[in-house]
Write a protein of this length. Sequence first.
Length: 256
Amino acid sequence: MTEYTDYFGPEGLRTRGTVVVVPGRGESRAAYARLGRRLAADAYRVRVVDAPAIDPDDPAGSLHRTDALLAEAAEGAAPGEDGVVRPLVLLGADSGAVAVAALVGGDGAPSAVRPDAVVLAGIPARTATAVGGWEDELDVRTACPAHRGTLTEDAGTRRGALDEAIPASLLTAAYDGEPGVPALLLVGDHDPLADREALARTAKTLGRARLSVVRDAHHDVLNDLQHRSVAAEIVTFLETLRNGLVPVVAVDSSAW
């Protein structure tokens, strides 16, 4: 079985960049089919990898193995002889976001994968929150009926995974590190696992960071009811990378 799931842009269009998606606790690659198709429709090459296997007794080793996986995935995502199409963006959710942030911004050895930017969605708080049974976990994750159905019907979903603790050292690296590249942080304002105040402080300390709080969204902010708007926010961020971080559209006034 392949280690990746790939999504390609429309035939005939030039690829605008490469996005490697890193799922979070309990999620399989199938959870990101909708997002992958939507980003690919805007001519981005999207590759979804497996969620990182984080060993609480060996966080450094877990991070090293994830680094090797992402470096291989990014290199293999090259559509032609010229190599990977940049900007190369690592997009992580939950523990995937923690791993990406710790790899790119941590104090350890330099990461083998060198992204041009990162998107970090649903970074959990440093203090763990008990989730409960499956119906409770679904309520924590999302209010989207389609995504709830995907999670429930997908044999690759590990139920109860949100109760698994993420090593404190990785969370510290995610909150306190400096990735050195532009970062988009996404969080739902109905996410019971998030610490929005801590995320806001982190965003303010980073050199080039944008914190986007999604109204009424839950922990699976990439796959909640607002998934279209979130995908649009990601595409907007991707497009600014091609424009010196200057927004293509400037809003001077609003009717509401």
